[in-house]
Design a protein around this ligand. Structure first.
Ligand code: FAD
Length: 329
C-alpha cells in the first residue's frame, strides 16, 4: 500500500470540500482498502466520512424511506420497516458478502463499490478502467463473470452490487451533495455505461458525496423477490440476479418492475420487458417473450456465454414465483 494522508470530516461541508480538492472518500472501507492494498487505487488523500450524521433511516413525509448513506448493510437489512415493506431490498442485502462485511459496509459505499473484474484487480494486466487507454484483456481472456449487456469494446466489467439491483427495481433515487447544493437522481442517471470512457463510472461531480438513498412509498399489493445465482451459496458475487416487484390484478399482471444483476456494467433495467408483461396473463410463452426482449442485444464473450440461457431461466423462474404459476411438467 502506498502512503496517504488521512483526514476525518466533522461535517458535510468539510467532506465535500476535501473531495472537491481530490481526496477519496472512505466509508466502511471494505472495498477501498482492498483496492489500496493491491495498489489498484492509490489515493494520496483519504477523507473519512463515518462521523457525519448520515446513519439514520426514516420515513419521508410522502410515505417513502430515506436511508442515510452511512446506514450499514446489516442495519438496513434488519430494519423492520424495510423487511415488511421493501423485502426485496432486505433479501438482496442478505444475499451479499458476509455478516462481518455487512456490519461495516455502508449504503453509499455499496452503491459505489468497484467492479470485481479480475483484470481490473491485477495491476500486471492492462485495464481501460484502471488505466485509460491501456486495453482490455477481459474481452479475449477469461470472462466468466463479465457483462452480456451494455458492455463496450473498451470494457466488459459488471457492477457487483446486489443492493443496487433491488434499489433499481424499487425506483430508488440517490441524494448527493456538493458545492453546488443538493440534487437527486435515479440509479440509471447515477451509473454510466462504459462506452469509450470506462474509468468514468458515475455522473457524480468532483466534490459530490452521496448523502442518502430515497425509496418511494412501498409498492401496493406486490410480491417482491430477489433471486441470486452464484457459484457458491454464500460469499460469492452474482452471476445472474433478478429483483422483481410484481403486482397482479386478478389473473393478469398489473405492474412489473424487474432489475438484473451480473448482466451489465450497472444494475440493469429494461422498460420494454416490463411493458411486455403488464396487462397480460402469465404463461410460459409470455415469460419467453419477456426473456427474448431482455436478451435481444445480449452478447457473450466466450466464457460468459452461459449467462444468456442462465438469465433466461432465472427470469422465467422468478416470474413463475411472483405470479404463482407452475413450471410446465
Ligand atoms: C469478500 C467480499 C465479498 C463481497 N460480496 C459481495 C456480494 O456478494 N454482493 C455485494 O453487493 N457486495 C459484496 N461485497 C462488496 C461490499 O458490499 C462492498 O465492499 C461494500 O458495500 C462497500 O461499502 P463500504 O462502505 O465499505 O465502501 P468503501 O470501501 O468505504 O468505499 C467504496 C467506494 O465508494 C466510495 N464512497 C463510499 N461512500 C461514499 C459516499 N457516501 N459518497 C461518495 N463516495 C463514497 C469510496 O470512495 C470508494 O470508492 C463483497 C466484499 C468483499 C470484500
Amino acid at each position: 500500500m502506498r502512503p496517504f494522508d488521512y483526514m476525518r470530516a466533522e461535517d458535510l461541508q468539510a467532506a465535500t470540500e476535501a473531495k472537491g480538492n481530490g481526496a477519496t472518500v472512505i466509508a466502511g472501507g471494505t472495498n477501498l482498502l482492498d483496492l489500496m492494498k493491491l495498489e489498484v487505487m492509490a489515493p494520496e488523500r483519504l477523507v473519512d466520512i463515518t462521523r457525519l450524521d448520515l446513519h439514520n433511516t426514516e420515513r419521508t413525509s410522502g410515505g417513502g424511506l430515506r436511508i442515510g448513506a452511512l446506514v450499514t448493510n446489516s442495519d438496513l437489512a434488519a430494519n423492520p420497516d424495510v423487511r415488511r415493506n421493501w423485502p426485496v431490498l432486505s433479501r438482496a442485502l442478505l444475499a451479499g458478502a458476509t455478516g462481518q462485511l455487512r456490519n461495516k459496509a455502508t449504503t453509499g459505499g455499496n452503491l459505489l463499490q468497484r467492479t470485481r473484474c479480475y483484470y481490473f484487480y491485477d495491476t500486471a494486466m492492462p485495464c481501460n478502467k484502471r488505466e485509460p487507454g491501456s486495453g482490455c484483456h477481459a474481452r479475449t481472456g477469461f470472462n466468466r463473470i463479465h457483462a452480456i449487456l451494455g458492455a463496450s469494446d473498451k470494457c466488459i466489467a459488471t457492477h457487483p452490487s446486489d443492493m443496487a439491483v433491488a434499489m433499481r427495481a424499487l425506483d430508488a433515487e440517490v441524494e448527493v451533495q456538493g458545492s453546488g447544493g443538493t440534487r437527486r437522481m435515479g440509479l440509471d442517471a447515477l451509473y454510466r455505461l462504459p462506452g469509450d470512457t470506462p474509468h468514468i463510472e458515475t455522473s457524480l461531480a468532483e466534490g459530490e458525496i452521496i448523502t442518502a438513498v430515497i425509496l418511494p412509498p412501498p409498492p401496493t399489493a406486490a410480491t417482491q423477490v430477489y433471486r441470486k445465482v452464484r457459484d457458491r451459496s454464500s460469499y460469492a458475487f452474482a452471476l445472474v440476479s433478478v429483483a422483481a416487484v410484481v403486482a397482479m390484478d386478478g389473473a393478469r399482471i398489473r405492474e412489473a418492475r424487474l432489475a438484473f444483476g451480473g448482466l451489465g456494467p450497472m444494475p440493469w433495467r429494461d422498460g420494454e420487458v416490463e411493458r411486455a408483461l403488464e396487462g397480460q396473463e402469465p404463461s410460459d410463452a409470455l415469460f419467453d417473450c419477456a426473456s427474448d426482449i431482455l436478451l435481444r442485444d445480449a452478447q457473450g464473450q466466450g466464457s460468459n456465454d452461459f449467462k444468456i440461457p442462465l438469465a433466461r431461466r432465472t427470469l422465467k423462474a422468478v416470474l413463475r414465483e411472483v405470479t404463482r404459476t407452475e413450471a410446465p411438467a
